[in-house]
Design a protein. Structure first.
Length: 184
């Protein structure tokens, strides 16, 4: 079964789904299986999209006029399609500036795989920068994290002296008070 999703960004009458509806109907799609929405593509919380995604079943194909009707955020799109694929649901994009997609075909899977790779490429540098920042912060720290964890673990034991821990870690009383309060 084919399930269609249409969306326009503005709820006022300046935009309509007529063009999308005509294209979908020209494909011979059933008007009864159309989910129509007037909401920004940037919003992930779209009730009709959620209803549409819940309605499609294994063996169905979700059809959209253009990929940006499903969502403008590539991360959101990259999450939707694998979910559909895992559930055995295809995605067919009727037109998109020469990049029509049909994940029920090998070439459509390849095109979407390219989009997914680009999204991953966008995410990886963010992760790499985060790791580099953590390494840099640890290098600047007066007390290595392992020493701090040992100190925190031994703090509650009767033979442990807080002054000795401060001296071993090379921190002031103010810092140790803040650490104990933060970690308890």
């Amino acid at each position: 079964m084919l399930v269609e999703y249409m969306r326009v960004s503005k709820a006022d009458r300046s935009q309509t789904t007529d063009l999308q509806r005509d294209a979908l109907l020209a494909e011979g799609l059933d008007p009864a299986s159309v989910y129509e929405e007037k909401a920004s593509g940037k919003k992930e919380d779209r009730p009709q999209l959620a209803a549409c995604l819940n309605a499609v079943r294994h063996g169905d194909t979700l059809v959209v006029w253009k990929l940006d009707r499903l969502g403008r955020d590539l991360r959101h799109l990259v999450n939707i399609v694998p979910d559909l694929t895992e559930r055995g649901i295809g995605l067919k994009v009727l037109t998109d500036q020469g990049a029509a997609i049909d994940t029920t075909t090998a070439s459509g899977k390849m095109v979407f795989g390219t989009f997914a790779a680009l999204a991953e490429f966008e995410r990886d540098p963010i992760s790499e920068r985060t790791i580099a920042d953590l390494v840099s912060a640890r290098a600047r720290s007066k007390c290595p994290p392992a020493k701090l964890r040992l100190a925190m673990a031994s703090r509650g034991q009767p033979e442990t002296k807080v002054g000795g821990l401060r001296e071993e870690l090379g921190i002031t009383r103010q810092t140790s008070d803040w650490l104990w309060a933060s970690w308890l």
